[in-house]
Design a protein around this ligand. Sequence first.
Ligand code: IDP
Ligand code: MG
Length: 139
Amino acid sequence: MTGKITFTMIKPDATGKNLIGAILEKINTAGFKIVAMKYTQLSKAQAEEFYGVHQGKPFFNDLVSFMTSGPIVAAVLSKDNAVEDYRKLIGATNPVNAADGTIRKLYAESVQCNAVHGSDADETAKIESDFFFSGLERF
Ligand code: IDP
Ligand code: MG
């Protein structure tokens, strides 16, 4: 059993297509509680920092442009085994490889515009949650 929280973003492709409600419905139905949430738009510097681990990769600049192209929803989600269970719920990075019924299979358009972010480990879930939310913004 891993930790109790993960971090997600609903990305600009999905907010732009009015999919916020549908995606939050999938998240709640799968048993995740929303413990913090905000609707915002990333600056270039914020996107570069958030995705710093990908700096130097061929898709990095396009990823930063995409992630700053429109509003996002950032949220901290709570559930037992949160990181692993949420990665299962969202599906593979490339929607072509995502399992049926996953959020990316249902709502992603491409490997870049793939609807949602999900933390990849307990440690990154904490770093990413702290990037967006103070302790006072978690319930
Ligand atoms: P993840 O979001 O499934 O954890 P990562 O490998 O951490 O995938 O990549 C971060 C984000 O960068 C992806 O969600 C996607 O938006 C974008 N990305 C990853 N690989 C590619 C690629 O090969 N081409 C274009 N964009 C990519
Ligand atoms: Mg990742």
